[in-house]
Structure formats: C-alpha cells, structure tokens
Write a protein that binds this ligand. Structure first.
Ligand code: HEM
Length: 494
C-alpha cells in the first residue's frame, strides 16, 4: 500500500513538472508568434475589464470588423458573424468543414461514436435514421406527452410549493435542468430519473452525466491536449473523475439496453432506444447514439428556457401579449395547452425565437478546415484552421437585424400575425444547412408547453432584479449563479 502511494506521489510530481513544461512551451510559442492587440488582449484576459463575457468581447470585435470576421491568430481560429460565410461553411463547402479530429478527441471518451461527435459515413447513417424517426408525428406527439406529464405532475406542483412559501426564491435554471433531464431520459431511454420530484433528489445518473460533460468541455480549455492525455494515461485528477463518471453512465446505459433486449417487445415501446434497436445490433453503438441525444437535447432547452424567463421579466408587455394569445387559443380556464393549440400560438413562437436570437443556447460552434479555402468575404482559411460561426454575435449585428437589434421585439418575427422565419444562415441558433439540429421542433414544443403552463399560473419576479448576465464556460450557455426568482400565484385576469 505504502509503495503504491509513493508511486502515485511520484507520478503526480512528474505530471506537475510536465504541465509546467507544456504551459511554458505554449506561453513562449504564443509570445513569439503573435503580438497583435487582439491576441495580447486574449492572452492577458484584459478584455474582462470592459466585458462581462468572452462572447461580448467577440461581439464587439465582430461588430467593428468591416467583413464581420476576425482572426484570433494565437488560437488559429477564424470567427465569423457573416451570413454568407456561415452558408458557405455549413452548406456550400460542407465537406471541407467537418467537426474534425480535435473535437471528436475531446468528447470521444464520453460520447464515443454518437451523432454529435462523428463526421462522414458514421454521421450520415445516424442522421438518416434519427431524422426519419424525429420527423414522425407519432414521435413528436410522444415527446409532447412526456413533457405535458412532467409539467402537470412535477413542474407545476413544485412552483406551487414555492408560491405557497412567502418570499421564497428558487433557481429556475436548476429547475429547468432537472425538468429537461427527466424529459430527455424518458424520451430517449424510456427511463425516468425523477430529478424534478418535489424533494429535488440527486440522481446518480444526472450527477455523473453533468460531471462527464463538464470535465470533457474543460479539456478544450487547456493550453495543450497533451495535458489531459497524460493525466488520462496516469488516471489522475480530473481525468480519473471523468473516467469514473463515464463508467457509471455506461453501467446504467448497459443495464437499460440489456433489460430492453431481454423484454423482446421493444417494437411496442415508443422511446428512441427501442426505435433504434430495430436497426442497430451493437449495444456499445446504441449507448453512444443515446448519450449524444441526451447531451444535445438537455442543456440546450434548459438554457433557452432560463434565458427566456430572464429577459421576459424585463418586458411585461411581451408577457401580457403571450397571456392574451393563450387566452384567445385556449380559453380562460385551461392551463396546459394541447399539441394542436401550441401550433396556433404564433406570438409565443416569435417570443422564443427572439429570446434565442439574443441568448442562443449554443453561442458559437466550430469546424476545422480540411483543405485551404477562401470564404465569400475574401478571408483566407489555411488547412487545419478552426473556423467558428457565432450565433450570439450574429443576433446583435445591426447589418442583420437593424438599429433596434438589442431590443427584445417578438414582432420582428411576425407578418400579418403569423410567424415568419428568416434565412437560416442569418439565425444559425439551431445550426443550419446539412447538419442542422434535428430536435428543433421537439424543443420548441417542449418550451412552448412550459412557458404557457407557467405564466398562466404564476408570476415570477427576479430575486435580484438588476444583475447583468454572466455565462459559465461550457458547451451550452449556462448562467453563473443561475436565475433566482420569487414565485407568486397569478390571480385570474392579472
Ligand atoms: C433550444 C433547443 C436546441 C438548440 C438551440 C439546439 C441547437 C443545436 C445546434 C447548434 C446543433 C449543432 C451542433 C454541432 O453540430 O456542433 C444541434 C445539433 C443537434 N441537435 Fe439540437 N438543439 C436544441 C434542442 C435539441 C433537442 C431537444 C434534441 C433532441 C431531441 C436535439 C438534437 C440534436 C442532434 C441529434 C444534433 C446533431 C445533429 C447532427 O450532427 O447532424 N437538439 N442542435
């Protein structure tokens, strides 16, 4: 035992020296490579004196760039908010801008060969299979029923409990993350982790899932991939935690897949796993497909809902207009809208699109150029360069949205009171083109159901009204400190 612990100490020491060595190489390489203002500002983090979030600084730079494109040389990263470039990357030259090996390495241990993490034939197969399923009305209806059930039996009772306690504040971000985790697990696996039960229990699966996505995303923040690779090899620190979290996820996923196979009646189940089982025999591959779906469909929806309620609190006129529309469609006494009623709510859809314009759940998304290329705005892209399109900045560009681009105005999405979408490359919130999000319609249904049910029954006021918004680093936009609100019951007609 003693020998083992001294070996571990020695390995940690070696690793410590190695990390310092790599960081120094990185630092000096940067120092010698680029001293332009932008790179210096990035390296010294001096942007944080003027901006709350990195995405706000990038937005500032992109607004001031004549072609809405910038180059962070030291990261070998071209960032664009130019819709013509976005169309070029996501559609015209799609094959030259895959996600690339770097991305799939970082998320590989967690996501394996799931749709979110692969390119080429593996991606094509899953995309085709998943699109066929997700576009069926029966699956959308199934997803709607799961959400309606979770709203009626868990979300509303939880908020009612908060409303009954005078001046009690609750974190909506935490509530929505629990809500969406229950939903997406029931939809994909047919498993109910029960995260939103009144006692707000900790589910081992949810904790392991959160940890695995957080630690995988943190790999991307290190100065060199060798750091996490060596840690993984020695099985120490964050890499050990990641390995343990993934192990727990795998045990659970394997057990569910095994049980489902032994039931032999998966043809009669509606969840995604059962549907995919009819075409995929490899259980490891099934696990990967499902885990990607949970990642794609959970935090995105929670983020969109949190930011929606954050901004809605500042625009009571928008809240009144949503209430009026829902009264008109549903009548005064119903709280949870039906599948058909939700489709009639054009103003609500516009309000959700507008909120995601300003606060997209995926703030930026990167590809890697396979070959040298030239973007439509004339930017030269060398082979291997990371090319990022930036929905957060794009939602704030005057060229795209006009001089009122910073205002929250659902009306900009309406023509004759009907929802009217814009060109997808101007609004790549769900990505666009060939790899566009396949859960978009499902996500919108889920979000609309929640908004209608909550604002018809409750009033929610921010617990700390004047705070700005600060995002935590990660794959999806999450608010540091969450969004605490004081919940009150809404009296009829108010
Ligand atoms: C507001 C909610 C959502 C937003 C903003 C959103 C956004 C996105 C974005 C930006 C991508 C591209 C990511 C990339 O390639 O790097 C994507 C892909 C994807 N999304 Fe969503 N998503 C949402 C909800 C959902 C839901 C609920 C599901 C599942 C039921 C889902 C399933 C997927 C899948 C499977 C992909 C991968 C598509 C592919 O690679 O071809 N999404 N989504």
């Amino acid at each position: 035992m003693e020998q083992l612990s001294s070996l571990q100490t020695f390995l940690c020491f070696l690793f410590f020296i190695f990390t310092i060595f790599i960081s120094l190489i990185f630092f000096f390489r940067l120092k010698f490579f680029c001293k332009c203002d932008v790179c210096t500002c990035y390296l010294t983090s001096s942007w944080s004196k003027h901006f709350n979030n990195l995405c706000d600084w990038y937005t500032h730079l992109l607004k001031n760039s004549p072609n809405s494109t910038i180059h962070i040389h030291l990261l070998n990263n071209i960032i664009t908010a130019n819709p013509s470039n976005v169309e070029y990357i996501l559609k015209t030259k799609f094959d030259n801008f895959p996600k690339g090996k770097m991305f799939s390495m970082i998320l590989g241990d967690f996501l394996g060969q799931g749709i979110f993490n692969v390119d080429g034939e593996l991606w094509k197969f899953q995309k085709k299979m998943a699109s066929l399923e997700l576009n069926t009305v029966s699956l959308r209806y199934y997803a709607f029923e799961i959400a309606a059930n979770e709203i009626n039996n868990r979300l509303v009772p939880l908020l009612q409990l908060a409303a009954d306690k005078k001046d009690f504040s609750m974190d909506l971000q935490d509530v929505f993350r629990r809500f969406t985790f229950d939903n997406i697990c029931r939809f994909t696996f047919g498993l109910d982790p029960g995260c939103l039960k009144l006692s707000l229990p900790m589910s081992n699966f949810a904790v392991a899932f959160d940890l695995a996505s957080k630690l995988s995303a943190e790999r991307a923040l290190l100065p060199s991939p060798y750091i996490w690779k060596i840690k993984r090899w020695f099985n120490i620190g964050s890499e050990k935690k990641l390995k343990d979290a993934i192990k727990l996820i795998n045990v659970l996923a394997d057990e569910i897949i095994r049980q489902r196979r032994s039931m032999m009646d998966y043809d009669n189940n509606h969840d995604l796993l059962s549907r995919f089982m009819t075409t995929v025999n490899n259980d490891k591959y099934l696990r990967d497909i499902i885990i990607s779906f949970i990642l794609a469909g959970r935090d995105t929806v929670a983020s969109a809902l949190t930011c929606f309620f954050w901004i809605l609190a500042k625009y009571p006129n928008v809240e009144s207009a949503i209430l009026d529309e829902s009264d008109h469609v549903m009548g005064p006494s119903q709280y949870v809208a039906s599948f058909e009623q939700l489709h009639e709510m054009n103003y609500l859809q516009a309000a959700l699109y507008e909120s995601m314009r300003l606060y997209p759940p995926v703030q930026f998304d990167s590809k890697f150029a396979q070959e040298r290329d030239i973007l439509p705005d004339g930017t030269l892209v060398k082979r291997g360069t990371r090319v990022t399109y930036h929905p957060y900045a794009m939602g704030r560009m005057e060229e795209i949205w006009g001089s009122d681009c910073l205002e929250f105005k659902p009306e900009r999405w309406l023509k004759n009171r009907l929802f009217s979408p814009v060109n997808a490359y101007k609004y790549p919130v769900f990505q666009a083109g060939i790899r566009v999000c396949i859960g978009k319609e499902m996500a919108l249904l889920e979000m609309k159901s929640v908004v209608v049910a909550l604002i018809r029954q409750f009033k929610m006021a921010p617990a700390e009204p004047n705070t700005g918004i600060r995002f935590a680093p990660g794959l999806t936009a999450a608010l540091i400190g969450g969004h605490r609100v004081i919940v009150k019951e809404r009296k009829k007609g108010k």
